[in-house]
Design a protein around this ligand. Structure first.
Ligand code: AOF
Ligand code: ZN
Length: 369
């Protein structure tokens, strides 16, 4: 049997493989798998590339062939035990003669879970929780969606080193470098929905489109989810989106979220939601988006809407691009977020930092007490 160090090393590789599916598997998770032969040599590797395609285990087992017999399988997510778009991986592992299975994270999807129990019932030992933290982070969007029944939210903003996103006269273009903007496009392309507030629509008339052909796709076999452009979502409590706004053009589907009692003549796909203090019930919005298979939503602006998401505890990941520049006046990226006194501060923890061209990219998440 492998040592705990070997388990960690092979699981790290499986997590790396899983990451190759990032941005193309929705509404499915990213999953990676490494299969060792009975002598402990890597015999097969695989990852899940797109919904409807083979699961990671199936890809790795196919590569390993007969060498899988008596071997060990490392999987970043508990093998499924159901027949969905594809057959049960628990079965496939048993049929291949795998003698031990190592799992990072249990499957929260009640329809698919049960693979670990089935394997054990057939006498195959299962080790759980290996590199669970890293596997959770790699599958953060889908796990939020599967566990909470709502879309995961990445709030993106750009600011100067002194935390300003617009100058005093309201101008805000090109705070960050072309490299940072290209990175935003890559990050956005992995999302299922792009969300903006009515303030941004009225001020900038953005088209909120993304996903150039091939964007968000790393490598891998099988077709991409062709043509699936992210859903555009406008948070527009009173239904004030101009009928000719770019966001309503036919380049991508658009949902306009309005209050259930809003009096609006807007001709668009309207989603009526309950009101919440100064705006809409954003949790209800994210549940509705999840029902439309939006796993990851990308929140683009502006400050008022971002403040509402943060205030309602719904900004799951903060993606900040910080330019080495100073403004000294002007507006912040974040509007009011329900903080009246320092005790109510929204504490985050940094997950990652990197230089993108001349700018700093920071990724942070809320600290949950
Ligand atoms: C994946 N890829 O590698 C594993 C998954 O509709 P299906 O048949 O593709 O099943 C999707 C569910 O299977 C998914 O929600 C998750 O619970 C489970 N495991 N899914 O997409 C994989 N191992
Ligand atoms: Zn499966």
């Amino acid at each position: 049997m492998e040592t705990p160090e070997q388990d960690a090393a092979h699981m790290a590789r499986a997590i790396e493989l899983a990451g190759r599916g990032h941005g193309t598997t929705s509404p499915n998770p990213v999953v990676g798998c490494v299969v060792l032969d009975a002598a402990g040599q890597v015999a097969g590797e695989g990852f899940h590339a797109y919904a409807g395609g083979p699961h990671a285990e199936i890809v790795a087992l196919a590569q390993a062939g007969e060498r899988a017999r008596g071997g060990t399988a490392y999987v970043t997510l508990e093998p499924c035990d159901h027949t969905g778009r594809t057959g049960p991986c628990s079965r496939a592992l048993l049929d291949a003669g795998i003698a031990r299975v190592v799992i990072a994270v249990a499957d929260p999807n009640p329809e698919a879970a049960g693979g670990a129990a089935r394997l054990r019932a057939h006498g195959v030992p299962v080790t759980n929780g290996v590199l669970a933290g890293a596997a959770e982070r790699g599958n953060e969007e889908w796990l939020t969606y599967a566990r909470l029944g709502r879309s995961h939210v990445t709030w993106k903003f750009a600011a100067t080193l002194d935390g300003r996103s617009a100058a005093e006269d309201g101008t805000s273009q090109w705070i960050t470098s072309p490299e940072a903007r290209a990175d935003v496009h890559r990050m956005r392309a992995a999302a299922d929905a792009i969300v903006a507030g009515i303030g941004t629509v009225l001020a900038d008339d953005p088209s909120l489109t993304a996903r150039a052909p091939g964007a968000g796709r790393d490598e891998g076999d099988g077709p991409a989810r062709d043509g699936r452009t992210p859903l555009r979502v406008v948070i527009d409590t009173e239904g004030r989106t101009p009928q000719h706004a770019r966001v309503l053009d036919d380049r991508a589907p658009t949902l306009v979220a309005v209050a259930d009692d809003a009096r609006t003549g807007l001709k668009a796909d309207l989603l009526r939601l309950p009101r919440h203090e100064d705006g809409l019930d954003l949790r209800a919005l994210l549940r509705e988006l999840a029902a439309r298979e939006v796993v990851g939503a990308f929140l683009e602006g502006g400050p008022t809407l971002a403040g509402s998401f943060v205030g309602q505890g719904l900004a799951d990941r903060v993606l900040a691009y910080v330019a080495p520049a100073l403004l000294g006046s002007g507006s912040a990226a974040l509007g009011a977020a329900g903080v009246g006194t320092i005790g109510e501060i929204h504490r985050l923890t940094f997950d990652d930092f990197s230089l993108i061209g001349p700018d700093l990219r920071l990724i942070a998440r809320p600290v949950h007490p």
